[in-house]
Write a protein that binds this ligand. Structure first.
Ligand code: NDP
Length: 287
């Protein structure tokens, strides 16, 4: 068997065309959707993510604001800026790129963002709303995964879904979203005994660990849908320096029914859903 590919680039391009139309419709009513992004420090991966988010805004006709601070900035400066952006009616979405330097209380920073502008969906109020099944903003990566499952016509009701990873930004919200669609959800983590026992039962397997190629073909149920959230840089071998996922694509594609590649899978969808959340926030100002 060779798995069909769930192409995140193609789906993103399609969804972004719709977003451009929604942005234009808002502009015609005098609302110019705007995302503000705050970057603290010089982490190269974070700088790339922020650049891609800003470029994504431009391409669909949205405004963006990018504030970059030195790694040793006083957190009070960043809190003051967040308060300013919260109060600015021309700004619809605010995100602070994670991770923050160690002298920051990341949780306090996320809580400082106005919940109605928290387009990453990380504010406790928004996490609670998601838990209650009434989300205001769905965190972008799991939201993108749900869109990919929908586009792939993957049956969810009653499906065994196994998520590897339990972070606040991917694993946990992913579990809530799949549960809301009546999957039977198992969440694995670093202390799980016999990971392969769980992954082999999965009709839908989501890998969000951050360990290159750790999920191999023998850990996958034949015909399963495999969603690879991981983004890892290969350190050695012929592809040194290139990106790869948490799934060993070569062995997995011979067993899975549907699979996402890395790059070109979940990554572009994450940014697309960030743009979606920001447009949605702007549209809500008209209600
Ligand atoms: P975290 O480091 O926050 O979480 C990793 C999770 O993996 C933890 O729950 C950890 O368990 C679990 N884990 C670690 N080792 C193992 C193991 N050997 N077996 C089973 N579980 C294990 O990562 P994130 O959730 O932030 O990100 C995960 C990956 O997804 C990363 O590669 C990241 O770069 C990528 N990512 C990609 C995005 C995209 O747009 N495509 C967006 C966000 C992230 P424990 O809790 O016990 O420590």
């Amino acid at each position: 068997m060779t798995a069909s590919i769930l192409d995140g680039n193609a789906l993103s391009a399609h969804l972004r065309t719709e977003l451009a139309e929604r942005a234009a419709a808002l502009a015609a009513q005098g609302v110019h959707p705007c995302l503000a992004v705050i970057l603290v420090g010089e982490d190269p991966a974070s700088a790339v993510y922020v650049r891609n988010k800003v470029a994504g805004c431009e391409k669909v006709g949205m405004r963006s604001i990018k504030d970059v601070y030195a790694p040793d900035v006083n957190p009070a400066v960043v809190f003051a800026r967040i308060a300013e952006l919260n109060a600015d009616p021309a700004v619809h979405g605010i995100l602070v790129q994670l991770p923050l330097p160690k002298h920051f209380d990341s949780e306090a920073v996320l809580e400082a963002i106005a919940p109605e502008k928290d387009v990453d969906g990380f504010h406790a109020q928004n996490v609670g709303a998601l838990m209650q099944g009434n989300p205001r903003f769905i965190p972008c990566t799991p939201y993108g995964v749900m869109k990919m499952l929908e586009a792939g016509h993957v049956p969810l009701k009653g499906a065994e879904a196994v998520i590897v990873g339990r972070s606040n930004i991917v694993g946990k919200p992913m579990a809530m979203l799949l549960l809301a669609q009546s999957c039977t959800v198992t969440v694995c983590h670093s202390q799980s005994r016999d990971l392969a026992f769980h992954t082999r039962r999965a009709d839908i397997l989501v890998a969000a660990v951050g360990r290159a190629k750790m999920i191999t073909g023998d850990m996958i149920k034949p015909g399963a849908t495999v969603i690879d959230v991981g983004i890892n840089r290969q350190l050695s071998g012929p592809n040194a320096g290139k990106l790869c996922g948490d799934v060993d694509f070569e062995s997995a594609k011979t067993v899975a029914g549907l699979i996402t590649p890395v790059p070109g899978g979940v990554g572009p969808m994450t940014i697309t859903m960030l743009l979606t959340n920001t447009i949605e926030a702007a549209e809500r100002t008209l209600i």
